[in-house]
Design a protein around this ligand. Structure first.
Ligand code: HEC
Length: 276
């Protein structure tokens, strides 16, 4: 066993998205330079654009000048064509150490790797691809959730960007949850029981912990100003992206004081994990 180096320089590179249309040799200068300046190369997922074996083979040709050990994980894009095994095998054949839930040691440094898509494909595949987030971003883009700087941001997002962003946020632990029921002494009546005479359903029926309707966002812990603006925008129709006008109907009969009250209530509810 030879002695471990005093200083080990690690180069990390993610999201290469190497595609069929990439010019041959375009990445070779980069890998030449990395070989000169680093001791280990870490490739952090999304090595290919569509997970095609031919993209992987093309990437391997780009990697030819690499003279240092490399270790890599796959990302969600590398799964896109359902051939992640083939993509990984091509890279392994080229000398890249692929990690998928396992570890390796190079120059005395341990590397643990798992594909860069939280939860992976499998149980969480496709179903929960952040549809809520996708819908909201598309709604902003179309102008159905107007009057906001999000309009500017979403305008420049492609469908692909929106899916990527949604998948990322969907992969994060959910910050907010709602309890199954609220304490009568503290929760406003509109939240708990609504007001049937005015056709206002209880907020908890859709935004609650057990009666949770797909597409109804968590409200707990959202900033009060944001909640008030959303409720007013539904009421005036400035925001009209709620399917079947659920929220527009709900807010039509609400008074300004009630809007304040429910917004205040939700804004004050502790976020999960906040100081109990
Ligand atoms: C019938 C189901 C239903 C009920 C009842 C309901 N909501 Fe909603 N609410 C929704 C849905 C669905 C959305 C998401 C609309 C969209 O697609 O943007 C929503 C969105 C919202 C939003 C915007 C959240 C965001 O992140 O933009 C607020 C605020 C809100 N509701 C507050 C309330 C309040 C307060 C009540 C009770 C007075 C209530 N809702 C009752 C279904 C409901």
């Amino acid at each position: 066993m030879h002695a471990a180096k005093q200083v080990v320089r690690i180069a990390a590179l993610g999201d290469l998205h190497h595609s069929r249309t990439a010019a041959a040799g375009s990445l070779q200068p980069l890998f030449t330079q990395i070989s000169e300046e680093a001791d280990i190369l870490v490739l952090c997922g999304d090595l290919t654009d569509y997970g095609l074996p031919e993209e992987a083979r093309s990437l391997v040709r780009e990697l030819a000048p690499l003279k240092i050990p490399s270790v890599a994980v796959l990302g969600n894009h590398d799964f896109q064509s359902d051939q992640p095994g083939e993509v990984a095998r091509i890279l392994v054949d080229a000398g890249v150490k692929m990690l998928d839930g396992d570890t390796t040691e190079i120059e005395g440094i341990g590397f643990a790797g798992i594909k860069g898509f939280a939860g992976g494909f499998g149980r969480r595949a496709l179903g929960p691809w952040g549809e809520v987030i996708i819908k909201q971003l598309q709604d902003y883009k179309r102008g159905d959730r107007g009057g906001s700087f999000m309009l500017q941001i979403s305008r420049n997002l492609s469908d692909r960007d929106i899916e990527d962003v949604a998948a990322y946020y969907d992969s994060l632990p959910k910050a907010r949850t709602a309890p199954a029921r609220y304490d009568e002494a503290t929760a406003p009546a509109l939240v708990r029981v609504g007001d049937p005479l005015r056709n206002i359903a209880p907020c908890i029926a859709c935004h609650g912990g057990t009666d949770h309707k797909l597409g109804a966002p968590w409200l707990e812990g959202m900033p009060k100003e944001y909640l008030v603006v959303q409720l007013r925008d539904f009421q005036t129709g400035t925001r009209r992206n709620d399917s079947h006008a659920q929220m527009r109907n709900m807010t039509r009969e609400m008074t300004a004081a009630e809007t304040e009250q429910v917004a205040d209530f939700y804004a004050r509810r502790p976020k999960e994990g906040d100081g109990k």
